[in-house]
Ligand binder design. Structure first.
Ligand SMILES: [Zn+2]
Length: 318
């Protein structure tokens, strides 16, 4: 009786050891396999994150990490935190907007000499910078200001965003050629969605009784241009900046002269200067989403932002 029990226990122990060993082998080799397969792509901020997420959707082994929290917005005064450094050090690739938006990253990229970097602004149609964010800041921003010869908010133009998406697609195909067909397919679908919303936006903008607009934030310059709008005043309302009395007076006189005017606000900021258009007979206030911030892990953030903008245009038409 005890002999049988001892034997049974011994057999059970051996079986259990084999079982545990088998699990450990599976787990560890699985981990090694997973690490080997995984491509880690870091994006600098939200609009780039949503584009890379769309292009990598459904493709195994690609991890997309957004460096800055989804609520950060524009990166003009962003400072790296330790987690950003870790993500950058472990990443295979980094996708940025370019045009000076990510100047905070310049020194940190050196920490990972093997990282492949894509500047998505290559080939985009550029507008001059109006240095809005920087006017009221210290010497750090003076430096930043010189870099921004061009307005960096290119993604707010659907046409430019398509160029960014194509650049990202070519880059992903290059670093992960095995999945070229999937990247091409995702890009094709995404670009056709962008084309659709772009056409709807432009067609709706055509129905407005005026093209004249006051642009309150330089993030909207590209969007305004794509809509065929003519800025009669270009203001620079930022997080910490204010509008001077003379800027407002100039805008007010331009609005009066134009008689019909659209006020374009970036919805990140309060629409609080509507009285500049008091002298105009037709005024519509558009609170536009530049897709620069939103909920975490939203691959459709850019498209949804443009849908919001379409609704704003439609309301202005009515
Ligand atoms: Zn900005």
């Amino acid at each position: 009786m005890t002999g049988i029990n001892k034997q049974t226990i011994a057999i059970a122990l051996v079986m259990m050891s084999i079982f545990i060993a088998a699990i450990m082998i599976t787990v560890f080799s699985g981990n090694a396999q997973q690490k080997e397969d995984r491509i880690s792509v870091v994006t600098s901020f939200y609009p780039i994150y949503s584009a890379v997420s769309r292009l990598t959707q459904g493709i195994d082994g690609v991890e997309v990490i957004n460096l800055t929290p989804s609520q950060t917005g524009c990166l003009h005064d962003y400072q790296l935190v330790p987690d950003d450094i870790i993500a950058l050090t472990n990443a295979d690739a980094l996708v940025i907007n370019g045009l000076g938006m990510e100047s905070f990253l310049e020194d940190s990229i050196d920490l990972n000499p093997d990282i492949k970097v894509l500047d998505t602004s290559i080939g985009a149609t550029l507008l001059p910078g109006i240095h809005s964010h920087n006017e009221h800041h210290s010497e750090h921003y003076d430096q930043h200001e010189h870099e921004n010869q061009f307005n960096e908010h290119i993604w707010t133009s659907p046409s430019n965003h398509i160029i960014q998406v194509k650049n990202i697609k070519d880059f992903l195909v290059k670093i992960d050629p095995e999945h070229a067909d999937e990247y091409n397919n995702n890009a094709k679908n995404y670009i056709s969605e962008i084309e659709d919303i772009k056409n709807e936006l432009i067609n709706t903008a055509r129905m407005l009784p005026t093209k004249n607009c006051i642009v309150f934030h330089d993030s909207l310059c590209y969007f305004a241009k794509e809509m065929g709008f003519s800025p009669i005043a270009m203001l620079s309302l930022g997080e910490q900046s204010y509008l001077s009395a003379s800027q407002l007076a100039d805008a007010a006189s331009a609005a009066k002269k134009s008689s019909k005017v659209l006020l374009l606000y970036d919805m990140q900021h309060d629409a609080k200067y509507n009285n500049v258009a008091d002298g105009a007979s037709y005024v519509r206030i558009l609170k536009l989403d530049t897709a620069v911030a939103g909920k975490a892990n939203d691959a459709d953030a850019w498209i949804n932002a443009m849908r919001h903008n379409l609704m704003q245009l439609k309301e202005a038409v009515n």
